[in-house]
Design a protein around this ligand. Structure first.
Ligand code: HEC
Length: 190
């Protein structure tokens, strides 16, 4: 019995040694990602643009260029007049209108009526839109489509160029509609 157990044990040891060397040969540790340095490219997808615009990239765009980008990349879901498209089941929100409706019985929440900072529009579109292909637009294209939305909302003039300097200066209609949040991690948003 003693012999059999020992034999069994050493067989198991041998099998597991073989398995782990095979695993090493195939580069299995990468499966867990241990010890792999994070590259700047890895981090590039994780960003957040606060109201003062820090972190906004180089580049620029205006509403004329933005209208074309919107028609090609956004209108299918958000409507050709930025009116939203819920009835077709795609679910793109309405993006303009509804100003001064938030405190009424039928509030309409849009970028125009609700969002306090224009920089959030750049941040969100660059990171999350188009919904079906996030991250596919170049920075110039994001600035342009942001200009188009702000211009259609009559927050900026159709001729204004949006870039890292001008966008943080745009005053959104509902900028004073929020109560400051005292949590330290939100200090950039006060
Ligand atoms: C395939 C459909 C689709 C496309 C294409 C699309 N969107 Fe969206 N968009 C959505 C959906 C769905 C949401 C809501 C996402 C959520 O709440 O998580 C949304 C949300 C948004 C919002 C936030 C609205 C709000 O008030 O919360 C903005 C701004 C926006 N999209 C802009 C764009 C722009 C600009 C483009 C083109 C570059 C675009 N979207 C393309 C489906 C789409």
């Amino acid at each position: 019995m003693f012999m059999r157990n020992n034999l069994l044990k050493s067989t198991l040891v041998l099998v597991s040694a073989l398995m782990s060397s095979a695993a090493f040969a195939q580069g299995a540790p990468a499966h867990f990602g241990f010890g792999t340095a994070v590259t700047p490219q890895d981090l590039a997808g994780y960003f957040s643009i606060p109201p003062d615009g820090r972190g906004l990239p180089a580049g620029s765009g205006n509403a004329t260029a933005g209208a074309k980008i919107f028609a090609e990349n956004c209108a299918a879901c958000h409507g050709d007049k930025l009116q939203g498209n819920p009835e077709r089941g795609i679910g793109g929100d309405r993006l303009v209108g509804g100003r001064d409706t938030l405190a009424t019985k039928t509030p309409i929440k849009t970028v125009e009526s609700y969002w306090p900072y224009a920089t959030t529009l750049f941040d969100y579109v660059k990171r999350a839109m188009p919904f079906n292909a996030p991250g596919s637009l170049r920075d110039d294209e994001v600035y342009a489509v942001v200009s188009y939305i702000l211009s259609e909302a009559k927050i900026i003039k159709p001729t204004e160029v949006m870039d890292a300097k001008t966008l943080p200066k745009v005053l959104m209609p509902n900028r004073d509609g929020f109560i400051p949040d005292a949590r330290p991690e939100l200090s950039l948003y006060r």
